[in-house]
Design a protein. Sequence first.
Length: 282
Amino acid sequence: MTRYAISVLEYAASPKHPTSGVLYGRHNRGSMNLPFAYVLLRSSDTIALVDTGYDQSDFGGEIANSIGVAGWSPPSEVLGAVGIRPEDVQHVFLTHAHFDHMGGLAYFPNAKFYIQKREIESWIWALSKGRRFRSLLGGINPADVLKLVDLGMNNRLVVLDGASPDVLPNVDLLPAFDTHTAGSQYVVVRNGGSLEDRWVLTGDVVYTYENLHGGDRDDPCFVPPGLATGSQTNLILAAEEMLDSVGGDMLRLVPVHEEKLKDHFPSRVSDRGLRIIDIATL
């Protein structure tokens, strides 16, 4: 049975990120430290990423600067810390098209990219609506959408229409439509036959563990992310779906913006001062 090592690789951070963007309705909570990361999947014969990070040299870098994201490192350094080159990456699963998840497309010249059809269509629609609708475009670099078109013309883009089980052996891509974005998806890695062997890589449908318990584990309450173009109700229902798929074990969900991952899983700091968190090993 194919198994995957899973590592969360931080590439930047927002030390004073508004809490209200992470936790809906928490406008009085000030700010929080928010790591920015992507996820590396490795089997005996496959190297894959979940998301790409952004490119500091283009408009994605301007977006990052405007919201206080700092300390960016390129994929060559982030992946190099675990002995991987960007050229080695074969597959990239894009959870959604925000700048910090899809802005680094050009760094992976040999990869095939996977995204939901609804995600592409929704951004093209929003871009066509004009300036009065520009609040719908928060977090997007329009140039990234054009890069997707180019990837498609070069047979390097897989456009999905809903659930895609076994997109790689024991890796499923499942939609969370009308949530954080119109065509968000999340990744399920099945490292065995039981729920205890299953991991869910949540994208931004879940930012932190607090989205799952509201800060009170004795009386938990779903608190969806504040940043969303979709439905807060759908965000909650998607979080419930993820939790149910792992038997309710919150630590089987992997939100890459969660600072506390390092408290629950083995981690280390690279020479660049970026944290590497080993969620599962071979």
